[in-house]
Every structure is written in structure tokens, then in C-alpha cells.
Design a protein around this ligand. Structure first.
Ligand code: NAP
Length: 292
């Protein structure tokens, strides 16, 4: 059943990449928001590592929809600091889920729940994470599925602007503009996902009353160097500054699922359309670059 347009939303992590674009997609709606270190207008400070504060924020705002875009989302940090990152990514979500009564719980997962041996994957393919980030995401999914109503959104390679300019494309653009070389894994697939369109799709899914697990990602599964070339070209930057390097030579702590990739047929069926191609979305990203 479609959700009422006057639903009250609680957006945890409104200052991050996904949160920034969700804020824009939810403009004019009834939304309470939290940030951690980077304040956002009208937002409340919240540290997910503080269980009492988490419960208080959910109880006080009495939301119909809770979106947990807050996370310690760095794969390498999860591998090196499993306890600290688990407290934020998994334990805090348990606290959110316990405080949420009959609200829809929306959480983010990743293609890293798969081992990357024989992707691309559909929503119901068996999970087999090969690093700590992926193991935490499997737990995130399990906690969400125990809630009365949930949306588990698996995303991959989200790109767009945020204040911290942390997305792959933002980092690539910033480096190439300084005429610095940029290393790209030569052996990893990615399903690039434009953040503004991801945010719009999430709002549509919620409004439609959709629930369950969705691969909320762009329509193309690409080799990372190909996506990097498309990004450099879209911003008229020098593709010769890109270096393709095998993942094994990048000195990473966390093993990567190399041949993953997310099939998005279910999302397309639900929405009646897919997300835009990387050509189109990269052009829009260049057009929408914040001044300064
Ligand atoms: N980006 C991707 O390509 C990608 C791919 C797969 C899955 N995902 C998942 O999608 C979700 C959103 O990712 P994102 O790219 O938007 O991440 P992000 O840009 O790193 O944003 C993280 C958000 O979490 C907040 N946060 C961090 N530590 C916190 C803490 N201890 N307490 C409260 N809030 C805290 C940050 O607040 P401050 O900025 O205010 O400190 C920020 O709002 C995550 O679950 C991530 O794992 C992302």
C-alpha cells in the first residue's frame, strides 16, 4: 500500500554522501535529521556509539520512516578496527531497530556481502562476505529483516558531491585537476550509482510502500578503469593520468570481492524505470558541482 506523503522521516547521517542527496530529495517533507561531525542546517548531533542518545532520538522524533544512512563506511577501517566500527555499524542499528516501533526501517548494504567470484548478483543470491565490512553488512541486513517493515538497499560505487568530496568520482576529479596521478584497481567490477538518482529512487520506493531487499544501483556493471575513464572524460580531464593497478598491488588490508556487480532488474520493475547511465549522470554531476 502506498505510504502517505505526509509521513514523518528520520534521516540518520544527513551529512554524508547518501544523506546529502536524500536531504535534497526530501525537501519540503517532514524530516528530522542527524549528523555526527559535519553539521547540517536543522540537524541534530548524534553519535551512534552512544546507545542512549540513539534511543532518545528515535523515540523523541516518532518517525514513520527511519533511514540509517549513518555509518563508519570505510572498508579499510572496518578491517583494521572491527570492534569500533561494529559498534557504529551493527550495534547502533540494533538500538535503532529496538526503538523503532511500527516505522519502516531503511538500511544500506553493499555488493560486499558477496564473495565476488561469479557476479553479477541478484537480490536472492547467497551471501558470502570475504571481509569485515561485508560481514557487518550481512548483520545489518539480518537486523533490518527482523523489523516489522524494512527496506534493505544494496548500493555500489555511489558518486556525487558531498561536503567531504569522498566519492570515487569527486576524488578522481580533485586529483586530476591538480595534475596528480590516480590509481584505479584494474581487476574490480563496479555498478556505479549516481547519488541524486539513488536518493530520488529511495523516496519513490518508500512512497510506493515497497519493502524487502533491492539492489539500488545504476544500470551498468563496469570495469573500474572504464568507469574512471568515463568520469575523467565527462569532466574534460586527462585520462593519461589514470593508472590501472591490480588490487593485489594496492597494499589493502581488506580483500575485495573482485567480480561482484549488482543486477538491478527488480528495482527497474518496481520503479518502472532504472537509474540513468553513467554518461548522463556524470554530465549532470559536472553541471551541478557546488561553487567554491
Ligand atoms: N558510498 C558508497 O559507494 C557505498 C557503497 C556501498 C554501501 N554504502 C553504504 O551506504 C551508506 C551511506 O554511505 P555514504 O557513502 O553516504 O557514507 P559517508 O559519506 O561516509 O557518510 C557517513 C555518514 O555517517 C555519519 N557518521 C559517521 N560516524 C558516525 C557516528 N559514530 N555516529 C553518527 N553518525 C556517524 C557521518 O556523519 P558526519 O559526516 O557528520 O561525521 C555521515 O553523515 C553506508 O551504510 C555505506 O556503508 C555506500
Amino acid at each position: 500500500m502506498p505510504r502517505k506523503p505526509d509521513a514523518r522521516w528520520l534521516l540518520l547521517g544527513a551529512s554524508g554522501l547518501v544523506g546529502t542527496h536524500l536531504r535534497a530529495a526530501l525537501a519540503g517533507r517532514d524530516v528530522a535529521m542527524t549528523y555526527h561531525r559535519e553539521s547540517v542546517p536543522g540537524g541534530m548531533p548524534l553519535d551512534l556509539a552512544d546507545p542512549e542518545a540513539v534511543t532518545r532520538v528515535v523515540r523523541d522524533t516518532r518517525p514513520d520512516v527511519v533511514v540509517v544512512a549513518a555509518a563508519d563506511a570505510f572498508v579499510e577501517r572496518c578491517e583494521r578496527e572491527p570492534r569500533a566500527t561494529r559498534a557504529v555499524n551493527v550495534d547502533a542499528l540494533r538500538g535503532v531497530a529496538a526503538a523503532v516501533r511500527d516505522a519502516l526501517l531503511v538500511v544500506f548494504s553493499s555488493e560486499y556481502v558477496f564473495d565476488g567470484r561469479n557476479g553479477p548478483y541478484a537480490e536472492d543470491d547467497p551471501t558470502a562476505p570475504i571481509n569485515e565490512y561485508g560481514r557487518q553488512k550481512v548483520e545489518v541486513e539480518r537486523i533490518a529483516r527482523e523489523a516489522p517493515e524494512h527496506l534493505v538497499l544494496r548500493v555500489s560505487g555511489v558518486y556525487g558531491w558531498s561536503r567531504a568530496r569522498t566519492s570515487f568520482v569527486a576524488q578522481l576529479v580533485d586529483k586530476l585537476r591538480r595534475a596528480e596521478r590516480f590509481r584505479v584497481p584494474s581487476d574490480q567490477l563496479v555498478t556505479p550509482t549516481p547519488a541524486p538518482d539513488l536518493a530520488a529512487a529511495i523516496v519513490d520506493l518508500v512512497d510506493q510502500g515497497a519493502y524487502g531487499t533491492f539492489h539500488a544501483a545504476g544500470p551498468e556493471i563496469l570495469e573500474r578503469p572504464e568507469f574512471a575513464r568515463r568520469a575523467a572524460a565527462a569532466f574534460d580531464l586527462d585520462v593519461a593520468l589514470l593508472d590501472s593497478v591490480p588490487t593485489a598491488e594496492l597494499g589493502l588490508a581488506a580483500p575485495r570481492p573482485l567480480r561482484a556487480g549488482l543486477r538491478t532488474d527488480k528495482l527497474r520493475r518496481q520503479l518502472g524505470h532504472g537509474l540513468p547511465s553513467s554518461y548522463e549522470a556524470l554530465r549532470a554531476m559536472r553541471r551541478d558541482e557546488p561553487a567554491g
